[in-house]
Design a protein around this ligand. Structure first.
Ligand SMILES: [Zn+2]
Length: 398
C-alpha cells in the first residue's frame, strides 16, 4: 500500500505473510474520564490505548465531570483529542442536563459547536422518562442525530450487583434482571418508530434484547445496536469469587445470552462491536464487590477478543468494528474500505502473535481488564491515522 498526503494512492495485492490490513477501527462507546477523573484516564492516555487497539476514531461518552452537556465541554474534549493526535476523538453529548434525566440538554448548541456532535447519550444512566426520550428523538431527527440509549429501567435495578438468576441467588447479591434492559428497548424502538428518528442501543446484553431489535428492524424502524467484546465472551459465572474486575453494567449474563449475542451480530441484528472501555482507579475497583464501580477496560484487547469469539471473518470484522460504527456516528473519513483514493486510516493486525495480557503494561491509566493473565491470539502491529503511524511494531509512536 502506498500513501501520499494521507490518501491511499496504490494497493499492492501481493500480501506478504499472514498480516491483515483493516480500515482503522472506530469505537462508538469509550469512556475517557477527562475532564474530572484524570487519575483513571485522560483523553491522551485513552487515545493511546485506542491506537494500540487499532482504532483511528473513538466516540467519548458524556459522563465526565463536568458532564459533557454544553458546547463548551464537548469542544474541550474535542480539542484535547486533537492535541493528543493519536485518534480522532468525537465527543458524545449528554441527552439531559447533568445526566439528571429531567431536562433536555442543549442538543442543538452541541450539534452546532466545533465538535459537531451527532450522537447523544446519558450512558451510565438510562433516559427513563418516556416523554423526555420522545422529545430527544424528535429534536435530533432535525439534523439526523441519534440517541444512544443505556437501556436500564432504574426501578427494576435498584441496588443490583450482577445478573439476576441462580448465581446471584447463590452469592447473595441483588440481581439485575434481563427484563430491565428489554423493557426499555421495547419502549424505545416503539418510540423511534413512532417519531421516525434514529435510536442506537448501547451494549446489548440479553437474548431477549436481540429478539426485540430483530423485530424492530423487521418493521423498518431506524434502530441500530452494539455489543461489547466482554458480553461476547464472558459469563456471570466469573462472579463466583467476588472479584470486582468482573462487575460491569449491564452485567455479564448467561451462556445462552452470549450465544444469542454472537448469533445476532453474525446475522446483522446487532450492527457493531463497541468496547464500553470504562477505566476505573484502583480505589474505585479493587475493593469489596458491592462498593466497586462497574466497568472494564476494552480498547487494547477488543480486536483479539472479537476474532476469538467470532472467528477470522475479516470482512465482517471490518464492518462490525469500523464501517458500521463510523456510519452510525456520521464520521466521514473513517470506516471506508481500503481502496485507492480513500483516507489512509489503517490497522495492521498480526493474527498469529500470542501475548499475555499484563494490566501494568497497558497504555490505559487504569488496570481493570478482565483478561489479566489470559493468553490472547493476534495483536495490532501498526495503526495509521491519515497516513501517519500512531503505532509501529506494537508500540505507540508518541
Ligand atoms: Zn452504559
Amino acid at each position: 500500500m502506498t500513501v501520499e498526503d494521507g490518501i491511499i494512492v496504490s494497493i499492492n495485492p501481493d500480501k506478504k505473510g499472514p498480516k491483515i490490513a483493516l480500515p482503522g477501527l472506530v469505537d462508538l462507546h469509550t469512556h475517557l474520564r477527562e475532564p474530572g477523573r484524570e487519575d483513571a484516564e485522560t483523553v491522551e492516555s485513552g487515545s493511546r490505548a485506542a491506537a494500540l487497539g487499532g482504532y483511528t476514531a473513538v466516540c467519548a461518552m458524556a459522563n465526565t465531570s463536568p458532564v459533557a452537556d454544553t458546547a463548551g465541554v464537548v469542544e474541550q474534549v474535542w480539542r484535547l483529542g486533537r492535541e493528543a493526535g493519536l485518534v480522532d476523538v468525537q465527543p458524545i453529548g449528554a441527552v439531559t442536563v447533568g445526566l439528571g434525566g429531567e431536562q433536555l440538554a442543549e442538543l442543538g448548541a452541541m450539534a452546532d459547536s466545533a465538535a459537531r456532535v451527532r450522537v447523544f447519550s446519558d450512558d451510565g444512566h438510562c433516559v427513563s422518562d418516556p416523554r423526555l426520550m420522545r422529545r430527544a428523538l424528535e429534536y435530533v431527527k432535525a439534523f439526523d442525530g441519534v440517541i444512544a440509549q443505556h437501556a436500564e429501567e432504574p426501578r427494576l435495578t435498584t441496588g443490583a450487583q450482577m445478573n439476576e438468576g441462580e448465581v446471584a441467588a447463590r452469592l447473595g447479591l441483588v440481581g439485575w434482571p434481563a427484563v430491565a434492559e428489554e423493557a426499555i428497548i421495547a419502549r424505545d424502538v416503539l418510540l423511534a418508530g413512532h417519531v421516525g428518528a434514529r435510536l442506537h442501543i448501547c451494549h446489548v446484553s440479553t437474548a431477549g434484547s436481540v429478539e426485540l431489535i430483530r423485530w424492530a428492524k423487521s418493521k423498518g424502524w431506524r434502530v441500530t445496536a452494539e455489543v461489547t467484546p466482554h458480553h461476547l465472551l464472558l459469563t456471570e459465572d466469573l462472579a463466583v469469587d467476588y472479584d470486582p474486575v468482573y462487575k460491569v453494567n449491564p452485567p455479564l449474563r448467561t451462556e445462552t445470552d452470549v450465544l444469542a449475542l454472537r448469533k445476532g451480530l453474525q446475522d446483522g441484528t446487532i450492527d457493531c462491536v463497541a468496547t464500553d472501555h470504562a477505566p476505573h482507579s484502583v480505589e474505585d475497583k479493587e475493593c469489596e464487590w458491592a462498593y466497586a464501580r462497574p466497568g472494564m477496560l476494552g480498547l487494547e484487547t477488543a480486536l483479539a477478543i472479537v476474532v476469538q469469539t467470532m472467528g477470522p471473518q475479516w470482512d465482517r470484522i471490518a464492518d462490525w468494528m469500523s464501517v458500521a460504527p463510523a456510519k452510525i456516528a456520521g464520521l466521514a473519513g473513517h470506516g471506508h474500505a481500503l481502496e485507492v483514493g480513500q483516507v489512509a486510516n489503517i490497522a495492521i493486525f498480526d493474527p498469529d502473535v500470542r501475548w499475555t495480557v499484563d494490566p501494568t503494561a497497558l497504555a490505559s491509566r487504569s488496570r481493570n481488564t478482565p483478561y489479566a493473565g489470559m493468553e490472547l491470539r493476534g495483536r495490532v502491529e501498526a495503526t495509521y491515522l491519515r497516513g501517519e503511524p500512531t503505532v509501529l511494531n506494537g508500540k505507540a509512536t508518541r
